[in-house]
Design a protein around this ligand. Structure first.
Ligand code: GDP
Ligand code: MG
Length: 166
């Protein structure tokens, strides 16, 4: 049995970095510069003995006439509707920003299962952001460092019981 996991959150929090780590091949582009990744990208993820489909959301980096907020909402809603589980990522170093609250709202209303993850939390840098994340009302945040591969066993521990439902 398998499930799908959508990684959602505002640009630059580290979604594609986690996607690439789970997929093990560089299917999604990661870049410091805006405008590199587009829309939705799917890959086959492997985490311990779990195999699932992972969906990376992008496309928010691009400047178009439509507002970022509007595109963010549409794209996130598409990903949320496609996926069994959503991993909502914030940047633990930046803390909770107004855009994160917009995502949290969409997810609270629409997602079947939400996993809250505070990324870039290697070392002590993410401590205050991790605490702020509780205020999103989506439960206890998972402490991740997608770039350094920290927090993967905790992600496994959260996904494993959910995987059994699908
Ligand atoms: P996305 O826009 O959400 O897909 O974010 P990306 O995966 O493209 O990452 C944006 C930037 O954050 C890149 O420069 C990454 O190298 C960096 N990044 C991603 N994960 C981490 C992390 O765990 N720690 C730190 N310090 N930087 C990270
Ligand atoms: Mg990306």
């Amino acid at each position: 049995m398998s499930f799908s996991l959508a990684i959602v959150g505002r640009p630059n929090v580290g979604k594609s970095t986690l996607f690439n780590r789970l997929v093990g091949r560089r299917l999604a582009l990661v870049d410091d510069q805006p405008g590199v990744t587009r829309d939705l990208r799917e890959g086959e993820a492997k985490l311990g003995d779990l195999r699932f489909t992972v969906i990376d959301t992008a496309g928010l980096e691009e400047a178009t006439d439509e507002s970022l907020q509007g595109r963010m909402r549409k794209l996130t809603e598409r990903a949320v509707d496609m996926a069994d589980i959503c991993l909502f990522m914030i940047d633990a170093r930046a803390g909770v920003l107004p855009a994160d609250e917009v995502f949290a709202d969409i997810l609270r209303k629409r997602a079947k299962h939400v996993i809250l993850a505070a990324n870039k939390a290697e070392g002590q840098a993410g401590e205050s952001g991790l605490l702020e994340a509780f205020s999103l009302g989506l439960g206890e945040p998972l402490r991740l460092s997608a770039e350094h591969g920290e927090g993967m066993p905790d992600l496994y521990a959260v996904l494993q019981p959910l995987a059994e439902e699908f």
